[in-house]
Design a protein around this ligand. Sequence first.
Ligand code: AMP
Length: 210
Amino acid sequence: MKIILFGAPGAGKGTQAELICQRLAIPSVSTGNIIREAIRGGTELGKLAKNFTDNGKLVPDEVVIGMIKERLAEDDCKGGFILDGFPRTVPQAEALDAMGVEIDVVLSIEVNDDDIERRMSGRRSCPTCGATFHLQNNPPKQEGLCDKCGAGLVQRADDAAETVRARLAVYHEQTEPVKDYYKSKGKLREIDGTKSIEKTTEFAFAALGI
Ligand code: AMP
């Protein structure tokens, strides 16, 4: 299955992507994680991307499209994948079509802006493996440490309140139109993402028929 997880930053895409990919045994591909890895590694691409991510802006289409093309060509993506955080613009969605990638379902996790702002202030992320937690809704087993790899958790710089508001503005302007793009193709399924993580997973599995 080839699935796109869609939604505002902080809607729970990363969390649900992990649960769905465990269930379907397919990889979850997050452009945000690929970009953060490039920034940590100090690559040319990372240096270029940092200026955009730090300000809550989108990394230019051609850069992200190049990254995703490379990643989807890897062997583990042959049997399907979940895209988390891509496509974020209509040209990115068109590029996916041009690559000949046939998406089965676009699952949109719906959360309003007020809830997003509240959530983001409690989000903590693992700088090593990219796993995300929440101080109240999804705390790590050991305070401050990643359940998966044991690294110390941090608040992402772009999860600061002001940057979150900038990211939400970018989402409404540039990313929301992608929903109509897939709606017109009959691929969009919307679920309520304002309840618990478990409830959202239940809605997600039902919408995917898994
Ligand atoms: P995320 O972890 O998905 O919220 O992504 C973090 C940041 O990486 C975003 O705020 C963007 O600056 C950048 N980014 C991630 N995915 C994309 C994308 N598909 N297109 C452009 N920029 C992206």
